[in-house]
Design a protein. Sequence first.
Length: 88
Amino acid sequence: MKIPIVDASALGPIVRATRKAQGVRQDDMAGSIGVSENFMGKVERGDASVTWAKLFQVLDGLGIQLIADVPGDIEVSLAPPADNRNQP
């Protein structure tokens, strides 16, 4: 399912619903991911002050993947450079 994320408050309910669908308590999920229960609560409330690295740690632990849908003209500038090391 694709859900638009416009700010932190939109991501929180997704994290909470995913955790609950997996049947895991908040404290157990936090412990298994390696973050505090307090941090997990901040993420689930959509608190805008969470650190990006830990946020992605939580998303990864829950199996949530964020994908940026960028305009086509920007996509070209984001493409990795060609690997020319093996060319004569």
